[in-house]
Design a protein around this ligand. Sequence first.
Ligand code: SF4
Length: 201
Amino acid sequence: MDLQTVRTNLENKGYRVSCFSDAAAAAVYLNAQIDGKTVGIGGSMTAEEMGLYDSLREHNTVYWHWRAGEGQTPDELRAAAVGAEEYISSVNGLAGTGEIVNIDGSGNRVASTIYGHKKVWLLVGKNKLAPDLEGAIDRARNIAAPKNARRLGLQTPCAEKGDKCYDCKSPARICRALSVFWTSPRGSEYEVVLIGEDLGY
Ligand code: SF4
């Protein structure tokens, strides 16, 4: 499915959509749009690869549990991010038909993308696209989650074998909550940032 069709399907579900050919252009746009704000970021390799924390914190107050400074804990930063005006997350799967899928371990990312912020930005590299909702859930479970488990060096079967989800009972399991946005939730403004290169998992 071409990106223009995906864009139309997202707009029909209430999302504002912006499209960029690469991550650098998307980062410039985000820095122009988000200025003088408090910003929370969910766990996101896409945000990491885009260098968003470093660029945004030059002109915003940014809370990211992946960047705990001296005297800060990741839990404190997760809690601070809950109260931020704007929230940035990537997604684990985007259906071409417009549904958005995320899997979470702590729940902070799933919770914050659903409720509590004035604006939510959802970053999507083209590798996150699947034809439909079933495909997006399959991608989130069998591609994104095992890659994240492997990145974290967890003792889970998916991290060890790296091929698919085993629906494990491991204490280290990172897949504990699943969100599906059938359409944009009420209460926040949503903007999906579609980026024409592979980003994150
Ligand atoms: S449920 Fe377990 S096996 Fe499946 S992807 Fe998550 S951590 Fe890996």
